[in-house]
Design a protein around this ligand. Structure first.
Ligand code: FAD
Length: 286
């Protein structure tokens, strides 16, 4: 099932997971997947580690999900630091495993190091994935608050529009203000790009960690919300984080978002609470 075929009149719901690094984390992901599969997601996606370090683990999880669940799994593939033949071999393996959805990303070079390998930007990977005989559905990343390595807002949007016009849809970095999403869509439309852009929503279960990610991504943090969440702990924080994330989802859907992509951090409680409040989504159960 190609994700692009699911993006239509009814909003989609998708969950993002990361590959676990040890047995305990693996057990937790299996439980999360079991729990969230009951919500009938439209699709899920699985990240790969910085520099593509976990491509093998990502591949195993994505292929397992595609072969055991009624919904598709999309593989995150990063290209910086890799050779063209590495990536072609990876795509061949994905095709052989029945995977049809690829999120094509640049990835980040390790701290302070020069970019090595055959790729510098995600659009080069999009071209390669597009040329693969499997006919993958291709997604790309979008940064509503502009990518931190960008030289300027205009050039960032021009590069994004060119990349997205070669792909099927985009998934965004997390952000907390619906206006950032609306502005991104307006800027893309002005550049004649009207491909679907799925907003990525990060529930703030761990404010300290999310602050750190936000700093790396150049995402502005709403201080009022973060201080409020920092004052809670345990179940109270989970409920408050779900409430805040749901409010953003509600505004995004009202603004015309084609669905919601939830960053789960491999936990099910908060995603479950948000999903219960969302309107009926295009799911794979009924
Ligand atoms: P690009 O589209 O290449 O953009 C990177 C920068 O280069 C931008 O500033 C852009 O404006 C600029 N640029 C683009 N094209 C050109 C050009 N032709 N000339 C000059 N400048 C150009 N990282 C991981 O390691 N693993 C993951 O699983 C992962 N998943 C992600 C999922 C989502 C939804 C998002 C939003 C990000 C994810 N990332 C992941 C992070 C991502 O790899 C980094 O943000 C990376 O720095 C940029 O990736 P990109 O695909 O947006 O790159």
């Amino acid at each position: 099932m190609r994700v692009s075929d699911l993006l239509g009149n009814q909003p989609t719901l998708s969950y993002e997971f990361f590959p676990p690094s040890d047995e305990e984390a693996q057990r937790r992901l299996a439980e999360t997947l079991e729990e969230l599969s009951q919500t009938g997601p439209s699709f899920v996606s699985v990240t790969c580690g910085a520099g593509g370090a976990s491509h093998d683990r990502t591949q195993k999880i994505v292929v397992d999900i595609c072969n055991s669940q009624p919904f598709p799994a999309m593989a995150h593939v990063t290209c910086v630091g890799h050779t063209r033949s590495d990536i072609v071999a990876l795509l061949d393996n994905y095709a052989a495993g029945g995977v049809v959805n690829i999120l094509a990303l640049a990835g980040d070079p390790p701290d302070g190091s020069a970019i090595i390998g055959d790729f510098k930007y995600a659009f080069e990977l999009v071209e390669l994935v597009r040329s693969h005989p499997a006919g993958f559905c291709v997604a790309v990343a979008a940064h509503p608050e502009v990518h931190p390595r960008s030289l300027g807002r205009n050039s960032d949007r021009q590069h994004l529009a060119a990349k997205l016009n070669m792909a099927d849809f985009a998934v965004t970095q997390f952000f907390f203000d619906v206006d950032d999403y609306v502005r991104l869509l307006d800027e893309l439309a002005a550049l004649r790009c009207d491909k679907p852009v799925l907003p990525g929503v990060m529930p703030v279960i761990w404010p300290k960690s999310v602050r750190r990610y936000a700093e790396m991504n150049g995402s502005a943090v709403p201080e009022g919300l973060f201080s409020r969440l920092e004052a809670f702990s345990g179940r109270d924080r989970i409920e408050a984080a779900a409430e805040a994330a749901w409010e953003l989802c509600d505004k995004l859907l009202a603004a015309g978002a084609p669905g919601i992509h939830l960053y789960t951090l491999n936990r099910c409680e908060v995603s479950r609470l948000i999903t219960n409040k969302l309107p009926r989504h295009k799911n794979t159960i009924s």
